[in-house]
Design a protein around this ligand. Sequence first.
Ligand code: ZN
Length: 138
Amino acid sequence: MASAEKPVPAITPEMAGFFEGAKRGQLMVERCEGCGEMRFPPHELCSRCLSDRAKWVPTSGRGEVFSFNVMHQVYHPGFAAEVPYAVVVVRLEEGPKFVSNLIGVQPADIRIGMPVEVTFERLSADVTVPKFRPRSRS
Ligand SMILES: [Zn+2]
């Protein structure tokens, strides 16, 4: 039986640096060139210093589960084989938060504060997306 395709994110100009990093295996965030604040998603202006200058920089890819929920409903047929799956908010060591999937752990075992690290899933020749997996605390 043919399975439905998952939706693939569109690479907008403001997100190009993020997806270029993901293809290299780097989780990127924007760093304000005015005050150094790290942020994600990208913004035209820094909310701290109002600078309009920023550039993409790689992060450690390490963080912890800030919040999560477990999806039991099939909202898109491309995900039918994966329910139940976890959607998490990860707070990186550098500060920014990402909404992503947490893989490699049963949903019932996910805890707030669980240490995680990035891993990448290649969806197409152009699009690689970050996901997270548990890591040992060290
Ligand atoms: Zn700033």
